[in-house]
Design a protein around this ligand. Structure first.
Ligand SMILES: [Zn+2]
Ligand SMILES: [Zn+2]
Ligand SMILES: [Zn+2]
Length: 96
């Protein structure tokens, strides 16, 4: 079984607040890939993007878990524990 942490097990599923990186849209900048914060729905750009807003959002807010916002990608990542999972755990796993 994949390594898991409590943050991923308890992660919510908020509506994305924006269609692109919230900060980059304000700045008129561009990004490579997008991550959605599962605490508040913030959408930020990944570490391959020059502004790294998803990581900055984690540092600023301590919201630990992001999910890929790319079409066809469902993986989750916990910044705090550095845990990566391919997809959201099932309800059975989340109840433990
Ligand atoms: Zn965690
Ligand atoms: Zn950005
Ligand atoms: Zn957040």
């Amino acid at each position: 079984m994949a390594e898991m942490c409590e943050h991923i097990l308890q992660a919510g599923d908020p509506e994305p607040r924006t269609e692109g990186c919230e900060e980059c849209l304000k700045m008129g900048d561009t990004w490579v890939h997008l991550r959605r914060c599962l605490s508040c729905g913030h959408v930020g750009c990944c570490d391959s993007s020059k502004n790294k807003h998803a990581t900055k959002h984690w540092r600023a807010t301590q919201h630990p878990v992001v999910q890929s916002f790319e079409p066809g990608e469902d993986w989750l990542w916990c910044f705090k524990d550095e845990v990566f999972v391919d997809e959201r755990p099932s309800a059975d796993e989340a109840r433990v």
